[in-house]
Design a protein around this ligand. Structure first.
Ligand SMILES: *Cc1c(COP(=O)(O)O)cnc(C)c1O
Length: 388
């Protein structure tokens, strides 16, 4: 696949600059600073029946994805990236590179959709999976079987209980064994954590969340580190065959969203810390789960491996499930909606614990902090807490 020329390849600029200018590309036709949208599914062959670029057919060569893929690869410190129709499409595609009989070590507190997919698809297909405690790398080391374990699947901070995995220590367990270390980096984003720089092989994203950031695109991404070229080639081929690609309009919106990624994530992280401190001091709140609080068990590790903030997500526990429901029902500003990582703040209840390895407390409320004025968000939570 042909990539546009990277105008920054000989300049040292920060990732924030790369994101703001979406790698600085100018449309060669019009000199527009924003790329066009090409909905064309097919492109014409030359007179000698070759293609000037790619295969000419969108399922194999989604040209509209290459700019967002190249930008995300740069932000994550990877070599390549592939966009998918959703986060789950990308995650499932990573797992489907395994064979029956292979062994996987996965954290026990992961995004619920991933846990469900592992248990309802991967395990029945014949892949053996051991689930281990997120915050205890010794547990991971005990479950790891050199020569047999093909993949270690991590997520930090985990969603929705915000446990922290020490990525450097986890990579240390796997090193030189030939197993792939895969990290779901949806929650911290490359703004706050870059797992490939810590030795991970693959990063996966629900680009639906912070990367796009505006709750208007469903998208996924897989980023490949320096030594995972063979996996990239295989997954590119598989995506061509299966077609779980991102459409041109969505890819265009995603690239636009990524231009403001650094502003949005930093703002959300600053506000989340302020809100966590407010909730932590409130008598109606039993516990706040946020790695930015000094009392959080993963705080020291998070401080070391997260760059400039602890993320825009947090959870808090109330007296019981009824109080958690009443609080959410009393919110005036914060929206009661699933998902995370958008410009608007959202709360989500714990609905049930199906497919969870460790149950999430039913009195827990998860909050995805947006980019609104944090004082307004604190005031909304304050009035809701006072009303229950
Ligand atoms: C939402 C989410 C996913 C799944 O992504 P979709 O785009 O909804 O398919 C995966 N991992 C995490 C951490 C998520 O929050």
């Amino acid at each position: 696949m042909r990539r546009p020329e990277d105008p920054f390849k000989n300049h040292v600029v920060s990732r924030e600059t790369l994101a703001a200018q979406a790698l600085g590309w100018i449309d060669p036709e019009t000199r527009a600073v924003i790329p066009p949208i090409h909905p064309g599914v097919t492109t014409e062959r030359n007179r000698d029946l070759t293609y000037s670029r790619g295969t000419g057919y969108m399922r194999g060569t989604p040209e509209s994805c290459v700019q967002a893929e190249a930008l995300l690869a740069r932000l994550e410190g990877g070599e390549n990236a592939l966009l998918y129709a959703s986060g789950m499409a990308g995650i499932a595609a990573v797992f489907r590179t395994l064979e029956p009989g292979d062994h996987v070590v996965a954290l026990r507190d992961l995004f619920r959709g991933t846990l469900k997919w592992i248990q309802s698809n991967l395990i029945p297909w014949g892949v053996e999976v051991d689930f281990v405690a997120n915050s205890n790398v010794d547990d991971l080391a005990r479950a790891f079987r050199p020569g047999k374990t093909r993949m270690v699947y991590l997520e930090t901070p985990s969603n929705p209980t915000f446990e922290i995995v020490d990525l450097t220590a986890a990579v240390g367990v796997v090193r030189d064994s030939g197993a792939w270390v895969v990290v779901d980096n949806t929650v911290p984003t490359p703004v706050l954590t870059r797992p490939i720089e810590m030795g991970a092989d693959i990063v996966v994203h629900s680009a639906t969340k912070y990367l796009n950031g505006h709750s208007d695109v469903l998208a996924g991404a897989v980023v490949f580190g320096n030594d995972s070229g063979s996996l990239h080639a295989r997954m590119l081929e598989q995506r061509h065959l299966e077609g779980a690609i991102l459409g041109p309009f969505e890819a265009w919106l995603l690239l636009r969203g990524m231009r403001t990624l650094y502003l949005r994530v930093r703002r959300a992280a600053d506000s989340a810390r302020q809100i966590a401190e407010f909730l932590d001091g409130h008598p109606g709140v039993r516990q706040v789960l946020y790695p930015g609080l000094p009392g959080h068990p993963g705080h020291a590790v998070a401080k070391r491996q997260m760059d400039g903030g602890f993320g825009g997500l947090l959870a808090f526990r109330l007296a019981d499930q009824q109080s958690a429901a009443a609080l959410q029902g009393s919110l005036e500003l914060i929206k009661r909606a699933t998902s995370l990582g958008g410009v608007e703040s959202l709360v989500e209840p714990t609905l049930d614990n199906a497919w969870r390895i460790v149950p999430v407390p039913l009195d827990l409320v998860r909050l995805s902090v947006g980019i609104e004025d944090p004082d307004d968000l604190v005031a909304d939570l304050g009035q809701a807490l006072d009303s229950i």
